[in-house]
Design a protein around this ligand. Sequence first.
Ligand SMILES: Nc1ncnc2c1ncn2[C@@H]1O[C@H](COP(=O)(O)OP(=O)(O)O)[C@@H](O)[C@H]1O
Ligand SMILES: [Mg+2]
Length: 254
Amino acid sequence: MSREVILEIQNLKKHFGGLKAVNDVSFKLFKGETLALIGPNGAGKTTLFNTICGVYKPTGGKVFYEGKEIQGLKAHEIARIGIVRTFQIAHPFRDITVLDNVVLALGLDDYKGLSRIFKLSHKKKNVDRAMELLEKVGIREQWNKKAGELSLGYMKRLGIARSLALNPGILMLDEPCAGLSFDATRAFMKLIEDLQKGGTSIIIIEHDMHVTMGVSERVVVLNYGEKIAEGNPYEVQRNPQVIEAYIGKEDESA
Ligand SMILES: Nc1ncnc2c1ncn2[C@@H]1O[C@H](COP(=O)(O)OP(=O)(O)O)[C@@H](O)[C@H]1O
Ligand SMILES: [Mg+2]
């Protein structure tokens, strides 16, 4: 059975002057798949995310989302068509409640211009949907707390709830477990598994190899802006080039 491709990256490049931060990277993401993007510090992972989601204009190459070319679109246009990077809206408004943060994000879903971004609409439909999303990410009981009072782990869950409010086709997570305790990381992995069961397509950058190997079906490895390996977590972990570039470096510094 061939799987449906939701995102295809073709020879994507992002150069900063002479620095080839992302160079000729190609890969596909299948619908419902979780793909991990790994590589040592400075490998170009975040730049690749920024180039896919329109924060940066690519120096070259193409991005297809559901078969349509989207490179060159602006970040908010790309978010609206369904590629949502949590960081874009992960920083909650700290002085309003958890619920209101999600209601605001629901408002973003149908915004037609900047002026409508801050429209808080407490229609029953929006409140119900927001509570559903809080339930989904496991922070329903915190609905009436100020977002600024949440722990980091809960704050990140709120970020996911706000991202899900945009009905993403693809969720892009840049090191979602950074700074989380062991327990919060485990809980976050469980949340990712729940999203997978719900059919969400995910690209995740994560330093924690345990998380990467635990949640992803496939792994793409970057080094100096180039893709050096791609495969299932088992294959990739045993790839000599990857060990050299990434795992080897970690061992040296341990
Ligand atoms: N806006 C920028 N301007 C110039 N160089 C950048 C910029 N963003 C990232 N870089 C450089 O691009 C390379 C890749 O960085 P980054 O994508 O952040 O790596 P990673 O996320 O894999 O750690 C690094 O050498 C970094 O210094
Ligand atoms: Mg990064």
